[in-house]
Design a protein around this ligand. Sequence first.
Ligand code: B12
Length: 217
Amino acid sequence: MTKDEIYSKMSEAIVAGDREAARGLAEEAVRSGLDLLEVVDRGYVPGIQKVGELWEQGEYFLPELITSAEAMKAAMGVLEPELKKRNAGSRAGGRVVIGTIEGDIHDIGKNLVASMLQAGGFEVHDLGADVKLERYIETAEEVGADMICLSALLTTTMMNQRRFIGLLRERGLRDKYKVLVGGAPANRAWAEEIGADGFAENAVAAVKLARSLAGRP
Ligand code: B12
């Protein structure tokens, strides 16, 4: 099988919500030494993006979404520890606190960004989903973070990204952390409007942005 064939099988496994196939292909990718960042980016992400489109076209409903999300988790469950291993001890990028913002349970994109940042040499503290605004700050203070990443997938919850930056200001902590925002409804103009340090539209761009904010090539 060529790489492109493997990648399209990965994408198909996500679209079909086939957990076993998604996991099996990820294990195969690890065994055969493929570039795992490329595997995520060109294999699995296009699959979950396709699922998003099918949902928007009214062809997929909640059960399909959930099985696809689970297939994605199964694949990432294999890939994440490997990505981590390859960067063990590397903290050259700095410390990042990441989470999906209060009121929002979408975590697939956030998980991808977290994995990619980790693979890109950042020490990542992932708080999960539906993270209270206070909690980001508490953790960032505790671990000595350099950057805080806020994911929001709902037009309602993206308002919490704005509230979060307000809260940092109130505490006199705004300049202590770089704040990155992302998620489907966010864009560059939104990031500027709320006074965030940056926006990226996908996990690969998020790593590039985080590296440049951290002053790395
Ligand atoms: C999967 C999904 C679900 C799953 C989530 C499973 C999970 N564990 O995450 C389930 C079924 C649970 C779900 C629930 C709901 N969902 Co939903 N869901 C989706 C769907 C189809 C795909 C989202 C996804 O995973 N995309 C794939 C990932 C890879 O992309 P991503 O999240 O955008 O992330 C990428 C980038 O945005 C970026 N990124 C993400 N975060 C960050 C952070 C930073 C800092 C940076 C730099 C970058 C970055 O990088 C990521 C990787 O490339 C979207 C449709 C869509 N097209 O987005 C709707 C969608 C987001 N959901 C929607 C809705 C309405 C809901 C519900 C409210 C439905 C309901 N009535 O119950 C609930 C939410 C409940 C809640 N309180 O959160 C709406 C939101 C509408 C709106 N404008 O607000 C959407 C847009 C669907 C629609 N068109 O109606 N959903």
